[in-house]
Design a protein around this ligand. Structure first.
Ligand SMILES: Nc1ncnc2c1ncn2[C@@H]1O[C@H](COP(=O)(O)OP(=O)(O)OP(=O)(O)O)[C@@H](O)[C@H]1O
Length: 897
């Protein structure tokens, strides 16, 4: 069995942090993309393989490694179990036996414990922690066992369990069991000497089962996320079970179990943009970073490295977990992984994070651990435990009023009687938790979606016909199409209300067949919307070839970003930012490819509407900014509720995620092929500058002129028949950027200009022409003299097969901006060496370098043919230049030719 099992008793003996890793099966997306599994496990060691370099493998050792990727089947109860008894598949039961039982035992002995799930969004954290359907996860299994034990030991012990459930989002605590948390229910974290950190006013509910409480908490989490324009995968969900035991000898033990479903770890990655780093600081999840630091610091204390300060106070999560991390407390982390090659980077960083938490935390005797575990037997006097279950019935009926939600049994009856709409969430665990029943008769169900309008749309049910009518100015999309009028709904219609509230319509029972509703997941909704915008993957013929995985990755990026862009637009509108976001698919043309199968990527075009200033943000930059926008949105909402002044926050431009300094913008690229140089033939070209969408942005007139070392153009005599004659020789040529035509956009404002940049051969620095301002057809007249003192075969290869990519940059405000570089003005260069070391004696090149490549050079060929080709090529070049000039001066339509 791959899973290395340590008995719970072992765990108790070794005071420690236990780290487990679990890999899940492929999901539909990964299967569609033809993903390969890059994770392998042998006993408790996990190996990950770099999909781009099969020799690059990294192995990590953990306490437990759970193989849940393959070798399983679904039994008649819907449980995922190993295909054969003793098979390697690790099911929910085996994970519970290893991780859950120890924690429970520990808590019963009176020690605090923490169980954390860490991993990227969609990697299986919720599956392990909460579970899906019959495949119950650690939390329900642990609670079931706890209540079973309590009932079994009633004669010798009296026990009470208190339950609380909260969400930490942007360092704010939201009580998931509170009625007010949907709007302004953000609670404060306080500290008291005898109590440590606690959440003021948090509901703590005595209970003897947790199912209903968890359901209620999940429901609040879903609606809170919708309301706050927030993303649930960015928040931490924390369940605290407090166990109070009084033995027959009248000894009181009190302990708490913290169960934490952490935010998706992928947000920890930087967008890589230097300029955005400052703003990113807050976007990166503080609690997640601090948790890592706390655990590492605890490990340092244990090995006696240095007297470390343990940064519990740096984040809300670590403050709340302080009494249950380290010391005699038990901490178990389960790190979850996707098996797919496309998530290599994410999975590697998860393994690194998990590895960095060695199993030594807390091995110090309790007395030396700064009292961390000593919190164990203290009394939580004064906690508000006077709250009882009946309150939740109030809560449910409160929900009924606004959201149409009902207690479980009643809800089942309602489903059998009425049509309804069910929320569909990106996090499958949160799908179907909000249901709105649409009763027949004079009732009108108004639905509240976002803060733009009090009511968004009206649902009516007249004579068993259900219709939706958008309120004026509200966005309602049915099956991918925007509707503005009353529209009748059919069973399984997909609705998107506002920027991104997605619902599935379930008709009357008589309309329902045995169809599988689970296919209408979040991806389905977004794919349908993308198809309406003309973005789709095309028909995949049954049994036909698979879609190119890289195209699939772009498509999935597109549908992932689509709702985020809609939300960003909504926030921009509400916060009156006058910024518009638009998703685009662009060719990554910064290569010298011949234009076939250009790699594509998704970018976000950002336009400041009043100034018509445009920025293009990368995916990562947009995602980070979107989180900052959510933060700003939340702050402003709270300030508006508290009626405080919002103008100060809005004035801090450099902190404003909607704002960016003026930046040069890459408008397009032109490819200048260099092949003529290997024959020392001059070339004059009129190149089209194409935008990333393939639109012609301008015409650029350029020349390649072979020349002497002093810059004199070579005549016909300089033309070579065999490029290999250049090997080891000096080569000089000039790249001339003459003129650019058709920059109509410079007319739109007075501060616009253009600048060209390029990279060539092995030169790491890009080079730029000086900017030219305010001209539709600017004269550039920029000459660059390029020299190779000793032409190597790799340079010849490069010239024969490559093009220089000339980038056209839009610059503004007469500020000299250097796109993507800190390059000083001196890089307006006029001469440049192509040799990596221009002072190397001529003819010196590494044998290995030349040996293999010489073969790829054109062999010396028939002299007559070469001469003929030379003449033909020369005349074609000038004919082409003439033709292009004629095209440019083409008479307008209708005039005589
Ligand atoms: N061990 C497993 N066996 C079978 N299916 C799994 C397993 N782990 C995860 N899955 C499936 O993978 C999908 C994603 O898992 P899950 O929702 O738990 O991810 P997550 O990390 O919690 O994501 P999020 O951060 O969005 O909540 C779910 O459909 C779940 O059923």
């Amino acid at each position: 069995k791959t899973c290395c099992r340590l008995r719970a008793a072992d765990m108790n003996r070794k005071d420690c942090v236990r780290v487990a890793v679990r890999v899940r099966p492929f999901n539909k997306r990964e299967k569609d993309a033809g993903s390969r599994c890059i994770i392998s496990m042998v006993t408790s060691s996990v190996t990950i393989q770099d999909p781009h370099d099969p020799h690059n493998r990294r192995s990590f050792s953990f306490d437990y490694a759970y193989w849940s990727h393959s070798g399983f089947l679904r039994d008649h109860n819907g449980l995922y179990v190993p295909e054969e008894p003793g098979g390697r598949y690790a099911d929910q039961d085996s994970v519970f036996q290893d991780l859950g039982e120890g924690i429970l035992e520990n808590a019963q002995q009176g020690y605090n414990a923490t169980l954390l799930a860490y991993g990227q969004t969609g990697s299986g954290k919720s599956y392990s922690m909460v579970g899906y359907g019959p495949n119950k996860g650690l939390v329900p299994k642990l609670c079931d066992r706890l209540f079973e034990d309590i009932r079994g030991n009633q004669a010798t012990r009296q026990c009470q369990v208190f339950f609380s459930m909260m969400e930490i989002y942007n360092e704010q605590v939201i009580d998931l069991l509170s009625r007010s948390s949907r709007t302004s229910g953000v609670l404060r974290v306080r500290e008291e000497q005898h109590r440590g950190f606690y959440v003021e006013g948090l509901r703590t509910v005595p209970c003897d089962s947790v199912e209903q409480l968890m359901e209620q908490g999940t429901r609040t989490r879903t609606t809170a996320a919708t309301h706050m324009n927030a993303n649930s995968s960015r928040s931490h969900m924390l369940i605290i079970l407090q166990l109070k035991q009084v033995t027959s000898a009248n000894i009181t033990k009190q302990s708490s179990i913290n169960l934490v479903d952490l935010a998706g770890s992928e947000r920890q990655r930087s967008s890589g943009s230097e300029a955005d780093r400052l703003k990113e600081g807050t976007a990166i999840n503080l609690s997640l970073t601090t948790l890592g630091n706390v655990i590492s610091a605890l490990a340092d204390v244990v090995v006696g490295k240095r007297a470390v300060h343990i940064p519990y106070r740096d984040s809300v999560l670590t403050k709340l977990l302080q009494s249950a991390l380290g010391g005699n407390s038990r901490t178990v982390m389960i790190a979850t992984l996707s098996p797919a090659d496309i998530f290599y980077e994410e999975s590697l960083s998860t393994l690194r994070y998990a590895e960095s938490h060695p199993d030594s935390v807390g091995t110090t005797p309790a007395g030396r651990t700064q009292g961390l575990g000593a919190a164990v037997r203290h009394h939580h006097s004064g906690q508000s435990t006077d709250f009882c279950l009946t309150f939740f019935f109030h809560l449910f009926f409160f929900d009924l009023h606004v959201f149409g939600c009902f207690p479980l049994g009643q809800e089942r009856r309602m489903i059998q009687m009425f049509p309804s709409i069910h929320n569909i969430n990106e996090d499958a665990q949160l799908s179907g938790v909000v249901k709105l029943f649409i009763r027949e008769g004079p009732f009108v169900e108004n639905i509240f979606v976002c803060r733009i309008q009090e009511h968004h749309a009206v649902f009516r049910n007249e004579q068993r016909r259900v219709t939706v009518t958008p309120h004026q100015g509200s966005k309602v999309i049915v099956n991918g199409q925007t509707v503005t009028q009353t529209t009748e709904l059919q069973h399984l219609d997909r609705l998107i209300l506002g920027s991104n509230s997605t619902y599935l319509f379930i008709g009357y029972p008589s309309e329902r067949g045995g169809e599988d509703c689970s296919r209408y997941d979040y991806d389905y909704f977004q794919s349908e919307l993308a198809a309406a915008e003309g973005i789709h993957l095309g028909e995949s013929s049954p049994g036909g070839g698979q879609t190119d995985p890289s195209l699939l990755a772009v498509f999935y990026d597109y549908i992932k970003l689509m709702p985020m862009v809609a939300e960003a637009n909504q926030m921009s509108q509400e916060l009156k930012k006058d910024i518009e976001f638009k998703l685009e698919i662009k060719n990554l043309a910064a290569s010298d490819s011949k234009g076939h199968d250009l790699e594509k990527d998704v970018v976000v075009r950002v336009t400041s509407l009043p100034r018509k200033q445009v920025w293009v943000w990368s995916k990562n930059k947009f995602v980070n900014r979107k989180f900052l926008m959510e933060e700003l949105y939340q702050q402003q909402q709270q300030q508006a509720e508290q009626r405080t002044d919002t103008s100060r926050a809005a004035a801090l431009q450099d902190k404003d995620p909607f704002w960016d300094p003026v930046e040069p913008l890459l408008l397009g690229t032109a490819h200048l092929w260099l092949q003529s140089l290997v024959f020392r033939i001059p070339l004059e070209e009129q190149l089209e500058v194409l935008s990333s969408e393939g639109r012609a942005e301008a015409i650029l007139q350029v020349q390649l002129v072979p020349c002497s070392s002093t810059g004199l153009p070579l005549g016909e005599d300089g033309i070579l028949m065999d490029p290999s004659e250049l090997l080891g020789q000096r080569l000089d040529f000039q790249l001339v950027l003459d003129q650019c035509f058709g920059l109509h956009w410079v007319r739109e404002a007075h501060n616009r200009g253009v600048q060209f940049g390029f990279r060539i051969f092995d030169c790491s620095q890009p080079f730029y022409t000086p900017a030219v301002w305010n001209q539709v057809n600017p004269l550039l007249h920029h000459h660059i003299h390029l020299t190779s003192l000793h032409t190597t075969s790799s340079l010849l290869d490069y010239l024969q097969s490559s093009a220089v990519v000339l980038e056209m940059w839009h610059v503004v405000d007469f500020v000299f901006l250097w796109p993507g570089t800190d390059c000083p003005a001196a890089w307006y260069c006029s001469s440049l060496f192509l040799d990596s070391d221009p002072y190397l004696p001529a003819g010196v090149c590494a044998a290995g370098d030349d040996g293999g490549r010489r073969r790829s050079l054109r062999p010396s060929c028939d002299a007559d043919l070469a001469r003929a080709l030379k003449v033909f090529y020369h005349s074609m070049t000038s004919v082409r230049a003439q033709l292009q000039r004629l095209c440019r001066h083409r008479p307008s339509v209708g005039s005589p030719v």
